[in-house]
Structure formats: structure tokens, C-alpha cells
Design a binder for this molecule. Structure first.
Ligand code: ZN
Length: 175
């Protein structure tokens, strides 16, 4: 694990290992693009007019959030400016809510484009917002080898939603 610990930003590893792949059961981002009674089960945080904010079911750290355009697209260059802007605004708001709700010390924000770059779901672009804590190296190394407990995902989601509410972000910002 020495290499893994030196290179902390390695979300491609988790995505690939977890098999987040549209070949298996369709695109989970598209499935979550429209409001649904299953939003809690599907770990949706909130939606904007053009974007989806959702927990990563196979997180690299606790509170790992994905931000995606609503339409299914792999082409970064073809996203409209309004979509790009909203993605960054959502990243900013998600970062604030995660920082507040989960007491994160730092963040990695980034995108894996195409499978060779580690994208587990290359057909539908998404931005990763990964919270980090001082001294979390060992925790992450362990997390890579264990099954994530669903209750932990639900609890993280609720903590982020509560923080967003308190800060007037995400769903609290939507009229
Ligand atoms: Zn999709």
C-alpha cells in the first residue's frame, strides 16, 4: 500500500474497483436525474436546474459527493457555460456543507475523463468532491478494502443535508 499512501488522490482506484459501470445496470446518474421518492435510498442530496448532487455509493472517503450535469454526456467540451457554472457552484456549496456537517479539514475536487483516466462511469461526466481529514491516510487505505456500510452513507448524507439547510445552501437555496 506504500504507493497508495503516497498518492492520496486516487479516486479512479475506488471507482474502478467498485465497478460503477453503465454496462452493469444502466447509468445511476441518469436514474437519479429526476426527483423520485427513492431519493434518500439513492443517496441524492439535491438537484439544480441543470445538475445533480449525489453521494458516491462507493466513496473514497466518508462524505464523497458527485456533481453531474443532468443529461447523459461524456463530452466536457460540449457542456454549456450555464452547466459548467452550475457544476462549480454546486461543488462550492457541497464543499461548504460537507465541511460544516462532517468537519472536514480539506478537500480534493476533480474529474476523471475517460476510462484510461480512471473514470468508472465514463459515459456520464461527474465532478468528485472528496473531503479529507488531517491524518486520514490510514483510514482511506482501510476503506479501500472493506465494504461500505449503507447506514454510514445515509448518516453522511443526512449530516450534509442538515448542514446545507443550516447554511441556506442546496435544497434550502431552491425556492
Ligand atoms: Zn447518465
Amino acid at each position: 500500500m506504500a504507493e497508495f499512501q503516497q498518492n492520496l488522490w486516487a479516486p479512479w482506484r475506488m471507482e474502478y474497483v467498485a465497478g460503477l459501470d453503465e454496462r452493469d445496470d444502466g447509468c445511476f446518474l441518469c436514474r437519479s436525474a429526476v426527483p423520485s421518492p427513492n431519493d434518500e435510498r439513492d443517496l441524492v442530496l439535491w438537484r439544480g436546474p441543470r445538475t445533480l448532487v449525489i453521494m458516491n455509493r462507493f466513496p473514497y472517503t466518508s462524505g464523497h459527493v458527485l456533481i453531474a450535469p443532468l443529461p447523459h454526456t461524456a463530452e466536457f467540451e460540449q457542456l454549456e457555460d450555464e452547466v459548467l457554472l452550475e457544476m462549480m457552484q454546486q461543488a462550492r456549496d457541497a464543499k461548504r456543507a460537507i465541511q460544516h456537517g462532517l468537519k472536514a479539514d480539506g478537500f480534493n475536487v476533480g474529474m476523471n475523463i475517460a476510462r484510461c483516466a480512471g473514470a468508472g462511469l465514463p459515459g456520464h461526466l461527474h465532478l468528485h468532491v472528496v473531503p479529507r481529514w488531517a491524518g486520514d491516510v490510514n483510514f482511506m487505505a482501510v476503506l479501500g478494502d472493506v465494504k461500505v456500510i449503507p447506514q454510514a452513507l445515509t448518516a453522511s448524507r443526512q449530516a450534509i443535508l442538515d448542514a446545507a439547510q443550516a447554511l441556506g445552501l442546496g435544497p434550502a437555496a431552491t425556492p
